[in-house]
Design a protein around this ligand. Sequence first.
Ligand SMILES: [Zn+2]
Length: 616
Amino acid sequence: MRVIPALALGALVLPLSALAADPHSYAQPGQVRVTHLDLELAVDFPHKALEGQATLTLDWKNPKAPSLVLDTRDLKIAKVEGLDAAGRATALKFALAPRDKELGSKLTIQAPRHPAKVRIAYATVPAASGLQWLTPAQTADKKLPFMFSQSESIHARSWVPLQDSPAIRFTYSAHVTAPKDVRVVMSALNDARHPLDGDFRFDQPHPIPSYLLAIAAGDIAVKETGPRSAVYAEPSVAGKAAHEFEDTEKLIEATEKLYGPYAWGRYDILVLPPSFPYGGMENPNMTFATPTVLVGDKSLVSLVSHELAHSWSGNLVTAASWRDIWLNEGFTTYVQGRITEAVYGKVLADEEALLSARALQKSIGQMPANSQKLAPDPRGVGADDSLSDVAYDKGSWFLRTLEQRFGRETFDTWLKAYFHRHAFTSITTEQMLDDMKANLFDTHPGKMDWAQAKAWVYQSGIPADAPLPTSARFDAIDKERAAFLAGTLDASELDAKGWNTQEWMYFLDRLPDAPPLSKMRQLDAAWHLTGTPNAEIGMRWYSHAIAAGDKAVWEDAREHMTRIGRMYLTLPVYKAFAATPEGLAYAKAAYARAKDGYHPMTQGAIESILAKASSK
Ligand SMILES: [Zn+2]
């Protein structure tokens, strides 16, 4: 996933009794494991519900296990049956525990006879945390309704009853019905030529963790971008998306050259409406992506490199729990940089690495000590909160450090073999470290102390000797920014005509938190940043201009927040408004009008920012 949340999220404290292998799941994989999921679902737009049944194939581990325990959140369970090897059904007793705010409701199914399969008839609720339902008016083309899932981290349980832990992998098949003219896609092999007849079948033959279960349905067109890639998007967006992502095959080939064959067959990208709460989600075979990267010049295509990289780091070798998520995101951010370097050059890759490192340097000191660790004590961190800057930016910085110390060739050899050795498994930080010690440190002594590696993983902060890339263009921007702030360079004299998105991001990121209002006015007069269609620039511009007290940007900032539901691009603007009483009142009014267009996750995050500011 590409998140880059700039927010410090609330900590969750779990009781010690919940500390099984995965504290964010009620599943008991030591007793019984789900090995295959078969879904039979109807997409019901008027009722904003998925309704049907999930059949779980079971591998009973403990001969005395009395029950199957599943994760659910807000599911309406109608019936549970056990199926024997011949397919004969018997009703099973079940109990749904009271809802836990973080984990949902534990579903305990009495099954002392250990049926081969369990079939659960159920429906989702309109407010399911992992689904968003959009009216036609909330889509780009305004013709048909749209729905999509976002299961990571622990939201699959809000639309399928299952063992919702990344440690448990299963294959899946699905039969989904929908209104005519609607296309349904899933995180499986999709057929671009499938008629829009309301009847779709899917097969995911590789074992995946539950957070990679995904579904979307709506007015979706398809445009090929290569021999094994296509973009799926609303018809009016598909052409633009196909142009922005036309390098997809090049990116796949570059990654294969580094880390071995792409294991999944096709690599397609679904461009979602702007309310998608994240940048991208690496759903197997079908990356879900925000339209905010469609800026026309491919400057934000690193998002595709990121999601594609997950086909190795994350989807192939998976973090066994949310505490280990840096194994997905840190490794992926590192691989993303390598793909960018191979296809677009070292200058851009170094710029992106510097942006990530500088942002982390700025944010890490404000985090609790435990959250600054790559492998934190999970008792202090909620599942969604674990997807933080630390997992992405500190994790990738650690790997860049290893590459520098061991040399690129040695490090590449290890990383490629690591992906191969653990393919289609879920592993812990400690299992990764065992592999790294045995196959990198022990075989290449004298390059780096093992204690240093452990310090990266288990200690707070950033090691003092962490290497930084250099960027001549960023250095020049630092000088220009300083001269502009000192008053020796006029805004119109900035050499910004040729700046790419990253260079603007870097210029704006390192302005003072509350710059002088006169400076902001000069910048805007010279470069027309208010109203920018580039949301990466807009988020940074509006945050700084609001902090500077420039009320002239408020209306455009509100338009930006209303249009974009991607949390990373919208939450900082809400936070900037929330810093003053008048801004807070304005943000509350803006939220009240925009709320219905936001994803449940975005709603939750904004409400927490507004509540926190109100209580001050
Ligand atoms: Zn990611």
